[in-house]
Write a protein that binds this ligand. Structure first.
Ligand code: TYM
Length: 327
């Protein structure tokens, strides 16, 4: 039995990195596996600054899941904080994770740099909550971007550690990462990843950016020296832009390289902007329809939460029984 689980934090706008690194794979996988569960991971979103827009963002992320093609006849969507099993299993797994391994998590190290004594304990503990999300549902496949690979590996380690001590319970999950778009880079700095938390809006293309904003952001995107439009190690900016072009158009890189041979960066960027606009327009239209009916969206999320409850409760009950918790 193959079960997919993945999630996105409701912190600010979703962007093309989220789509190409994660959601695109979800949509493909939901047709191939037995069951898919996509979660809006709101408990993860409170580890850093509290966002006054959190409640709106939660619904917005859920609406984007549906607008991008999550199909409710194959997949469930729900909000993490509506299932108490996540926080409960996270506590138990905390007692199996070590301070050393959590301290080695790259994301924690980056986000806490220079302020280690003042970041929340939640930021440090965040990968354990993510492991709980995954392990509660006996997940086999976790489609994510490359930046989350280390966290999925921690979930694997914790599952194996627990299973060795208590003779089973958890399925050991596999990260599913697309090689071509494992890390969509920032438009203004291809040495960094495209990120919601970026200081500048020229870092990313948000899924809800208007055509004019998209044109402006792509025209301002950093390019490499020279003028060739090719994927090459010494051309990180063009590599990124070509990967994005391929990701949104479905065209393969070689044919794009051939098409743009001898044409300048300017022409390429114009074509890329139009391709992104074409790709996002129908999704934006669908998003607007879905978000217009919040009552319906809330019902979908409540139904999803109820539908996944038996899986989560069963796992948690088994875990507690193995350890000897409760009566
Ligand atoms: P988050 O919310 O930062 O990102 C959501 C998904 O988008 C991917 N992603 C990217 N992929 C390629 N290039 C990029 N520039 C880029 N930026 C983001 C991420 O890899 C991720 O797949 N901890 C997770 C959320 C989470 C989760 C889980 C995921 C919580 N519990 C359980 C899977 C399973 C996070 O913060 O992702």
């Amino acid at each position: 039995m193959k079960r997919v689980f993945s999630g996105i934090q409701p912190t600010g706008s979703l962007h093309l990195g989220n789509y190409l690194g994660a959601i695109k794979q979800w949509i493909e996988l939901q047709n191939k596996v037995d069951e898919s569960i996509f979660c809006v991971v709101d408990l993860h979103a409170i580890t850093v600054d509290r966002d006054p827009m959190l409640a709106e963002n939660i619904l917005s992320v859920a609406a984007w899941y549906l607008a991008c093609g999550v199909d409710l006849s194959k997949s469930k969507i729900f909000i993490q904080s509506t299932r108490p099993e996540h926080a409960e299993l996270a506590w138990i797994l905390n007692c199996f994770a070590t301070v050393g391994e959590l301290g080695r998590m790259t994301q924690y190290k980056e986000k806490s740099e220079g302020k280690r004594d003042s970041v929340s304990a939640g930021l440090f503990d965040y990968p354990v909550l993510m492991a709980a999300d995954i392990l509660l549902y006996q997940t086999t496949d976790v489609p994510v971007g490359e930046d989350q690979k280390q966290h999925v590996e921690l979930a694997r380690d914790l599952a194996i550690r627990f299973n060795n001590k208590y003779q089973g319970v958890f399925t050991v999950p596999e990260p599913i990462i697309r090689e071509d778009v494992e890390r969509v880079r920032a438009l203004d700095n291809p040495s960094k990843k495209m990120a919601k938390s970026a200081g500048s809006e020229y870092n990313y293309i948000a899924l809800d950016d208007t055509p004019d904003v998209i044109r402006k952001k792509i025209s301002r995107a950093v390019t490499d020296s020279g003028s060739e439009i090719v994927i090459r190690e010494d051309k990180p900016a063009m590599t990124n832009l070509l990967n994005i072009f391929s990701g949104v158009s479905g065209r393969d890189i070689r044919s794009l390289e051939a098409d743009f041979k001898g044409r300048g960066y300017g022409e390429f960027k114009k074509a890329l902007a139009e391709e992104i606009i074409l790709f996002l327009e129908p999704k934006q239209k669908k998003y607007r329809e879905i978000i217009a009916d919040k009552a319906k969206l809330r019902t979908i999320l409540r139904d999803g939460s109820e539908a996944v409850a038996p899986i989560a409760q069963k796992t948690l009950d088994e875990v507690k029984k193995k350890i000897g918790l409760g009566i």
